[in-house]
Design a protein around this ligand. Structure first.
Ligand code: PGA
Length: 235
């Protein structure tokens, strides 16, 4: 019997890439002949300066694409130079990545700041996507709230300088099954790390996840659109 694939999220994480004009151009290409579907939720997590212009273009083109931020402040509005609060993101984005491994590694994020960020996001109607490479990185506030999406993101599998790393779909499937036992099985689980045109089908078939977060392979709009088409073709 062929195993069915139920995948519903295709999420781009542009990280610290693309200027405002690059982002607008990306959308122009991506939206041209974009397949219309309600089966896959497409989300683009863009750098902060791009969010407002991208929201405008999405509205103008009536595109079925949601926006996400890549982080948010753990603090309330106030004297925290450089921070972007949940209040600023409310109404601008639907999703927000929290605790990405790169933020944990380069910006000293830990479960204390991650918990505050999840709480701030939830209080302002944003949907947090908690990124974790092991259960110890899933704080209590996430364990208690099945509305938070959880992304399994082994840091060793993240692409480096555009070079994809080895991905074991079987290992993803086993890990996510374990997490379902301990963190609940009615929440959304996602996978992120070197997803590309060559492995997306296997990740979705064997990885036991409801969708994928795509970094490097999302920077090219044609590739990203092909990933969407592939998801639709084998659903
Ligand atoms: P990658 O990034 O697809 O470039 O490995 C995934 C992520 O970090 O979100």
């Amino acid at each position: 019997m062929t195993k069915s694939i139920i995948a519903s999220y295709l999420i781009a994480n542009w990280k610290s890439n693309l200027t405002v004009s690059d982002g607008l151009e990306w959308f122009d290409t991506f939206l041209t002949d974009l397949p219309v579907t309600s089966r896959v939720k497409t989300v683009v997590c863009a750098p902060y300066p791009l969010l407002y212009p991208l929201k405008k273009i999405i509205e103008r083109r009536e595109a079925d694409v949601a926006l996400g931020a890549q982080d948010l402040s753990a603090y309330e509005p106030g004297s925290y130079t450089g921070e972007v609060t949940a209040e600023m993101l409310e109404g601008l984005v639907e999703y927000v990545l929290v605790g990405h491994s790169e933020r944990r590694e380069y910006f000293d994020e830990d479960n204390t700041s991650v918990s505050k960020k999840v709480a701030r996001a939830r209080a302002h109607g944003l949907k947090p996507i908690l990124c974790a490479s092991n259960p110890a990185e899933v704080p209590e506030i996430v364990r208690d709230d099945e509305q938070v999406l959880v992304m399994y993101e082994p840091s060793s599998s993240i692409s480096k300088e555009g070079k994809y790393q080895e991905v074991s779909e079987r290992e993803i499937g086993e890990t996510v099954r374990d997490w379902q036992d301990t963190l609940g099985n009615s929440r959304v689980y996602l996978y992120g790390g070197s997803v590309n045109l060559d492995n997306i089908e296997a990740v979705l078939r064997d990885g036991n996840v409801a969708g994928v977060v795509v970094g490097h392979a999302s920077l090219d709009p044609v590739t990203f659109k092909t990933l969407l088409e592939q998801m639709l073709a084998f659903q």
